[in-house]
Design a protein around this ligand. Structure first.
Ligand code: Q46
Ligand code: ZN
Ligand code: ZN
Length: 313
């Protein structure tokens, strides 16, 4: 198969776009697409400073590379979760290596160093998530990202969610007719009540397009999934969607774009709920709970548990 632009051998064939490209043209094409979506959905401009959340995976490192190449003003944020099997150590090493090679600033928040327990420990102590650390992990990541972005004076927080991620969530929410979640799922969540603007420039980019980008560009990233991701609902939906995509190339993109159009035409307008947020009495971050936010209450429990252990010991 030949590259559509230069007639040399194509390295990536994108049946979903009826397009095959060589490595060189692929490295031009993908950033052009990302820039098109940043502008189309009015995510951020070159005059703004954005915080890129990096995990050491292909999506976040690949996207950070693209934003840097496009000339956007970015800094990175890596959150050390303390995940076992060397997962956190390796993902931190790769994120630091990536930033150092490009002279980019990477902020690091290590949950254990800063607050006193790893995410798996916190999940056990707080007794949340039915033996899985993911809900505790998600809550901490959202909290830390928002706080770091606001304290650092950033205009927006950028995450590496790709089309496969978005469509898996969309399918799950559609299956449950979760109107509130469907109304809120979007490429951009505007800032409000102490929450920073959140943007997803890869929302229309396939996961395999990011893998190809990192391979051609020589970006080293962590191949393994977090060990706690195994058996998750998201992975289950991704597998089903991959089968659909195999039969009908472009199915995922079509599903997502039609959803955005339906939303635009007001299909979910009735499901939109405005939750009143106010600052947490302890940390000042926005919360809907009265008094302290759930993040503060969770860490309070850890402090208490540790105190009790010390006293008994
Ligand atoms: S990092 Fe955290 Fe994920 Fe690992 S513990 Fe679960 S939520 S699976 S994206
Ligand atoms: Zn070419
Ligand atoms: Zn709080």
């Amino acid at each position: 198969m030949k590259c559509k632009k230069c007639d040399t051998t194509a390295v990536i064939n994108m049946r979903q776009h009826k397009l095959a490209l060589c490595g060189e043209h692929y490295l031009e094409w993908l950033p052009e697409q990302v820039e098109r979506f940043i502008e189309k959905y009015r995510m951020f401009t070159r005059d703004e400073k954005v915080l890129m959340a990096v995990s050491g995976g292909k999506d976040s490192l690949g996207l950070w590379d693209i934003l840097h190449r496009l000339g956007y003003h970015t800094e990175g944020l890596y959150i050390g979760l303390g995940i076992e099997q060397n997962y956190s150590d390796e993902s931190r090493r790769l994120s630091e290596q990536f930033a150092a090679a490009r002279g980019l600033t990477l902020h690091i928040v290590d949950v254990e160093d800063e607050f006193g327990a790893t995410i798996p420990e916190l999940s056990v102590i707080s007794n949340r998530g039915h033996g899985k650390p993911c809900s505790v992990c998600g809550l901490n990541k959202r909290y830390i990202m928002n706080r770091a972005a606001l304290e650092g004076g950033f205009d927006a927080l950028v995450t590496g969610h790709n089309l496969d991620d978005e469509v898996a969530v969309l399918m799950q929410n559609t299956f449950n007719w979760a109107g509130g979640y469907l109304a809120r799922q979007a490429p951009v969540l505007p800032a409000h009540d102490g929450l920073i603007r959140k943007v997803k420039p890869l929302c229309r980019i396939y996961e395999r397009e990011m893998t190809a980008y990192c391979l051609v560009r020589g970006i080293e990233y962590i191949y393994e999934e977090c060990p706690h991701a195994e058996g998750s609902t998201t992975i289950y939906y991704k597998e089903i969607l991959n089968r659909m995509e195999g039969d009908r190339p472009g199915a995922k993109l079509q599903f997502y774009i039609s959803f955005l159009q339906a939303k635009e035409s007001g299909l979910f307008a009735n499901a939109e709920q405005h939750v009143e947020l106010h600052p947490c009495e302890r940390c000042g971050q926005p919360t809907s709970a009265p008094g302290d936010c759930s993040w503060c209450r969770m860490w309070e429990k850890v402090k208490l548990a540790k105190k009790t252990v010390t006293m008994l010991g």
